[in-house]
Design a protein. Sequence first.
Lengths: 265, 168
Amino acid sequence: MLSGSLASDWFDEAGGAVEPVVVATLLARRRVAWVTADESLRVISVVDATGLLGPTSDWPGGALLEALPELVGSEADLDAVFAGRCDGLQVDLLERANSAGQPVYVRLSVAAGKSGADRALFCIFEDVTDLGISQQRLTQSRNELLLAQRSLADTVLDLQASNTELRRLTDMKSVFVSVAAHELRTPLAVISSYADLLAQGLVGDLNERQLQSLAVIRDGADRLMHITANLLDMTRIEAGRLEMVLQVLDLGVGGVGSRGTATAF
Amino acid sequence: MLGDFAVGKTSLVRRFVYNLFDDRYMSTVGVKVSRKPLAVVSGERVVDLTMILWDLAGSEEFSQMRGAYLRGAAGALLVYDLTRRDTLASLHSYASQLRQISADAALVIVANKSDLVANGDNGGGIDASALDGLALANGLGAPLVVASALTGYNVEDAFRQLGQRLVR
């Protein structure tokens, strides 16, 4: 409940009495309804030409707080308004259902004044649905943006964690490849050496077919040696440790491309 | 109903009052008042209550308004989202704001969206965020209810616990 200056202030500023035609025009333009209640908070009457308040036929004679649960808990304030100890009460952007069951936003103001010969409490409802819908859209957009920002921040954190894990796995792979390449080179060197010894006839004479087979073994060992060299280069590149050896090369003299890309290294 | 935006305050009320759920998020602006009769057991008697539920906007821009709406409140469900821990931290300020206005207000902490956390969907499991909620609840002298407006899990229990504290 918000205490605030009510229409009486405006009437004073307007210079006293307000012509009925002004009131009628304003009420016709702005959908307004009101409920009148007595001191014991019994509903005296309901004026609601536009169905703003929903079904109200059983309200007159009943308890105001039963009709308007929004006022439950404000009994002391209502008493103060009725007694003139307080200007009035106001609740902004109250969401209710109209007589068609559609949601509407209303502003509820409570003031006390004369109703016929007796003093009464007036609960005045203004339809502020347009304002409420605009406010709702604005709030919705803002909240969705905030939720998206938080979701994005969570995604960034997840990505950072994934990157760290990926980097760790890449490092592990590089170490494995490097170790494997080094380990392969030793037996390959032995194979190559013994193939050379055999080819040179140092361990006995070989016939032509055996020499041809030996050449195939030697060729395969050379290719494996190139592959391991490439693997080691790859691990050096990943680790940023590859040293470039720049030298002049005569492209016109054999070599390059004679055994595919492997010999270019 | 108190808690940050998008924690599910409106969905809890909708589930409790109408037994409905809508998974589209619609921000609440201002306030919506609902009414729900509830019979609660207090000692050896059954008390018929009519709960008047004030569903307040959780967004920051309505914080000024909120204080005014809290006048006359007998109690509150303080709701947070189990998937957004920051919404739990905010409950301290909601609780103190309410207790400044109504020192004896009954409180129940609701850890909502249990369907979205591991071991939380209707199995009664409790995750780290719910444990933090339990710590807050103990500090405030309030019970913690892990609930889901989507499945309906423990929703009535949360309101019932509030009702029981109101009739003590």
